[in-house]
Design a protein around this ligand. Structure first.
Ligand code: NAD
Ligand code: IPM
Ligand code: K
Ligand code: MN
Length: 360
């Protein structure tokens, strides 16, 4: 298969982790006889510095004209620390998601048996965790009307959802549950928010057309607790843009490090793959960032294009790095292995499997 892939490295550790993912894709290309081309584009702080815009027109065009986008991370403290800035890096990512129509952000949270001791939570608590968060990605408070009133120093963010926006991601979540443990948990704040009440109404009504899938609803505050106390009770978590952002970072505590969790952002026409973590600016250029979240995002990319054996081969190589303790210091404090070494190890261990391979 031939794929044209847009590569947006972004800021901080973005370029370092994406470089490992490209090594892995090169290895998949060679092992399985595919052909991938990589075309780089600017986004985020580096794009602002070079062009004045966090999402230059050329970058958007590139992502629209390629089969998929591989994205690193963006953001730099000099922008976070300047609340008066007129443009900032994160605007580039939000605009890209919206313009590409990426309405669903799929964030799996798993415990890897060989890393179970790395979770700060107890083994009994986290074992058997295998959940996936379906985070709505192009609506809600991230995209509602915003204003800043200089006169009385007040600011407003509005949260709006339409039935259509809720409905399209709900169908994806239920379809996913059908091929998993057949359980959807809607996480919301329906005891307070009108948007959450709409979510409940729409999701409950859609659930009737999936009689084989059980739906239950949890308030976000309780869900945050349940996810830590008993994460294995969850299968598919369906939630809005902001709750999904927060819950998925929390999910990384179960897995052991945020440097492990990948994501796929999908829409009707485009797809983008990125680690859930940010640009971890303190680690930039130090060769210590964990590349696994980005590499597992490549596994999700391959699966998206139905290259299931290829995807399994990437996951198997990642699992091998875990069992050989070829991991970065976020996983094992005493580890001397850096981003590059771990990336090389995984890329060099991508090989055809005998068909008996299972992720869990
Ligand atoms: P962050 O995810 O960058 O880092 C938080 C902490 O997570 C780090 O201190 C580190 O301990 C750990 N971490 C993150 N990635 C890691 C990796 N690959 N390996 C090992 N440890 C890792 O979040 P933050 O500090 O809140 O934000 C930093 C910047 O990143 C901000 O500008 C923020 O806006 C941006 N951000 C971007 C994205 C994105 O591009 N999608 C996501 C989150 C945050
Ligand atoms: C993420 C990030 C982004 C988000 C920021 C950087 C805009 O935290 O991808 O999880 O909130 O969606
Ligand atoms: K990211
Ligand atoms: Mn986030």
């Amino acid at each position: 298969m031939h794929l044209d892939i847009a590569v947006l490295e972004g800021d901080g550790i973005g370029p370092e982790v994406v470089a490992q993912s490209i090594k892995c894709l090169r290895s998949v290309e060679e092992t399985f006889g595919h052909s991938f081309t990589f075309k780089k584009g600017l986004i985020g702080a580096s794009a602002i510095k070079q062009t004045g815009s966090p999402l230059p027109k050329e970058t958007l065009k590139l992502c629209k004209n390629t089969d998929a986008t591989l994205f690193g991370s963006l953001g730099l403290p000099e922008f976070d620390d300047d609340p008066k800035a007129k443009v900032w890096p994160e605007q580039g990512l939000l605009k890209l998601r919206k313009k590409l129509g990426l309405f669903a952000n799929i964030r799996p949270v798993k415990v890897f048996p060989s890393l179970i001791k790395q979770s700060p939570l107890s083994k009994t608590q986290v074992k058997h965790t295998d959940l996936v968060i379906f985070r709505e990605l192009s609506g809600g408070i991230y995209y509602g009307e915003k204003s800043f009133n200089q006169d009385n120093n007040s600011a407003t963010d509005t949260c709006t959802y339409t039935e259509a926006e809720i409905s399209r991601i709900t169908h994806l979540a239920f379809k996913s549950a059908r091929s998993r443990k057949k359980k959807v948990t809607l996480v919301d704040k329906a005891n307070v928010l009108e948007t959450s009440r709409l979510w409940r109404r729409v999701v409950q009504s859609i659930s009737e057309s999936y009689p084989d899938v059980t739906l239950n609803c949890l308030f976000i505050d309780n869900a945050a607790v349940q996810m830590i106390l008993n994460p294995s009770q969850f299968d598919v978590i369906l939630t809005d843009n902001m709750f999904g952002d927060i819950l998925s970072d929390q999910g990384s505590v179960i897995a052991g490090s945020i440097g492990l969790l990948p994501s796929a952002s999908v829409g009707l026409e485009h797809a983008m793959f990125e680690p859930i973590h940010g640009s971890y600016p303190d680690a930039a250029g130090k060769n210590i960032a964990n590349p696994v979240a980005s590499i597992l995002s490549v596994a999700m990319l391959l699966q998206h294009f139905k290259m299931n054996e290829e995807s399994d081969a990437v996951v198997a190589a990642v699992l091998k790095s875990f069992s050989k303790k070829i991991v970065t210091p976020d996983i094992l404090g005493s580890s001397k292995y850096g981003t590059n070494y771990v990336g090389d190890f995984i890329a060099n261990n991508i090989m055809e499997l005998d068909g008996s391979f299972k992720i869990n």
